[in-house]
Design a protein around this ligand. Sequence first.
Ligand code: B4P
Length: 192
Amino acid sequence: MFNLILFGPPGSGKGTQSEKLVEKYGLVHLSTGNLLREEIANKTPLGMEAKNFMDKGQLVPDEVVIGMIDNCLDHHKDAKGFLFDGFPRTAAQAEALDKLLLLKNTSIAAVLALEVTEEELVKRLLNRGKTSGRSDDTDESVIRKRFAVYINETEPVAGHYKKEKKFQTIKGEGSVDDIFDSLSAVIDKKMK
Ligand code: B4P
């Protein structure tokens, strides 16, 4: 199994690059953002709870997100590997992921972090907000709140993987295809 984490701040292109990477490498895409938005669209109790947090730019509670990932891993028992997009976002999520993967006799092969300046991120998210219908992308104060949450709660997760020498940064500005080529070059090496 080859398991990859795509890391980076909101709007850094994790979702955009994940779509291309899963197609190229045949991995199962696990995006907690997409899973939560599906729950909201289906008006499930989990979705209604999550919406309250997401609309304010806050993280959804760890137990909700970890439960969702656990279910997904169980649904894809024959996967060649997983691409985690937007997960883990807290230290507790990273620890839970290690344990879930250990139960499957596997682990994370690499964490690739997309680096983009805050001004470019704000521009991208406000731009997406014009067409996506995502309420967390239309209000600049909510976007700034998401960055603050990222710095306080998610950035420290990098340390967990740096200790294991699995963490690598990738320039996340430029064309989507150029960034994809940079990511692919690192993954190809790791897969050898
Ligand atoms: P996510 O859905 O994970 O979304 P994101 O971080 O906003 O965006 P991403 O980095 O995927 O950017 P994208 O490719 O779309 O999270 C949303 C919310 O869900 C969180 O705030 C939180 O509340 C909740 N949540 C999710 N996971 C959670 C977890 N594990 N724990 C707790 N809560 C959780 O790109 C953004 C825009 O940039 C797009 O419009 C794209 O077209 C554009 N773009 C991409 N690449 C570009 C490039 N190279 N140049 C120019 N534009 C580009």
